[in-house]
Design a protein around this ligand. Structure first.
Ligand code: FE2
Ligand code: FE2
Length: 319
């Protein structure tokens, strides 16, 4: 914490205190002085992350009413509710930077702020529930574990709890797929078909290649980001290949091969034109996801009004 010293210091010292905090790997807290660019970058990143958690409830929520057993339904319901909780922690973290939740929600439903493009792909079979847990939550873990050491305190602390829950999500997905792989040949085909559809979009979750990622350098200098997109993508590939082998599925990439010199797997390039098309709003589900979010927000107006009226009455009674 640099808050108390920041208050007594000359305004001119504040930027150097910020730099020192970053250089010594300490946390910046909401009341500390911070450069406007740092605040803006964090708001953009945290808001995008919060929106992804909330929109990410939809693809799997799609299967809640058609889960194949009560056990699977209970697991999936818990998982989807966890994602709602992640969204709320993150909106709270954004609020400490002065970004109101109502405003961020407006920006999302007006298409002015983004969420992860992975959620603009449809969930066509129940195997997709398993594949999303394994690969999509798995990629999210690779992205988010380093964020537990992010330089902004509230974001880093939120990530610790989120990551614990994400690893449960990944395991439940992998366990579901393992069960299906022990089933009929139709079930095994369903798993492979699902993995074929999700593998490339999962690799795109790490964002564009480093040489086309303009914000990475500054975000790393500020300690907001700890690894580049390509480093994290490589980590994810290296982690996933043995898991696929244990499961008995393959990834749809003829260039995927162990490189003994590098000590990593080589792999092919995702189709970045597809990525850009989905980011720009032309994925299969972009319109539906945002429309559904808008409808849920509008349907919830009476709840927010009632909660505000209740809080106001409580305050009046205390007077
Ligand atoms: Fe999550
Ligand atoms: Fe998750």
């Amino acid at each position: 914490m640099t808050t108390s010293s920041a208050i007594s210091a000359d305004a001119g010292d504040l930027p150097s205190q910020f730099d020192e905090t970053i250089a010594s790997d300490q946390r910046i807290e909401p009341r500390d002085w911070m450069p406007e660019g740092y605040r803006k970058t964090l708001i953009r990143q945290i808001a995008q992350h919060a929106h992804s958690e909330i929109i990410g409830m939809q693809p799997e929520g799609n299967w809640l009413t058609r889960a194949p057993s009560l056990r699977r339904k209970a697991i999936l319901m818990a998982k989807v509710q966890d994602e709602a909780g992640h969204g709320l922690y993150l909106y709270s973290a954004a609020e400490t930077l002065g970004a109101g939740r109502a405003d961020l929600t407006e920006r999302l439903i007006e298409g002015r702020q983004k969420y992860s493009s992975i959620f603009n792909y449809p969930t066509l079979t129940y195997a997709d529930v398993g594949t999303i847990g394994w690969l999509v939550d798995g990629a999210a873990i690779c992205n988010q574990v380093p964020l537990c050491r992010s330089s902004f305190g509230p974001y880093a602390r939120a990530m610790i709890r989120v990551c614990k829950e994400e690893s449960f999500h990944q395991r439940q997905g992998y366990e579901l797929l393992t069960t299906m792989m022990r089933g009929t040949s139709e079930q095994r085909e369903m798993v492979q078909e699902s993995v074929n559809r999700w593998w490339w979009p999962a690799l795109m979750m790490f964002g564009p290649p480093d040489d086309k990622s303009p914000n990475t350098e500054q975000s790393m200098a500020w300690g907001i980001k700890r690894h580049t997109n390509d480093e994290l993508r490589q980590r994810f590939v290296d982690m996933s290949v043995p898991q696929a082998a244990a499961l008995g599925v393959t990834f749809p990439d003829p260039d995927l091969v162990w490189n003994a010199d590098r000590g990593h797997y080589d792999f092919g390039d995702p189709d970045w034109s597809e990525f850009m098309a989905v980011v720009k709003g032309n994925g299969a589900m972009n319109v539906e996801r945002v429309e559904r979010r808008r409808a849920a927000h509008e349907n919830g107006t009476w709840v927010r009004d009632a909660a505000a009226a209740f809080a106001a009455r409580g305050q009046e009674e205390q007077r």
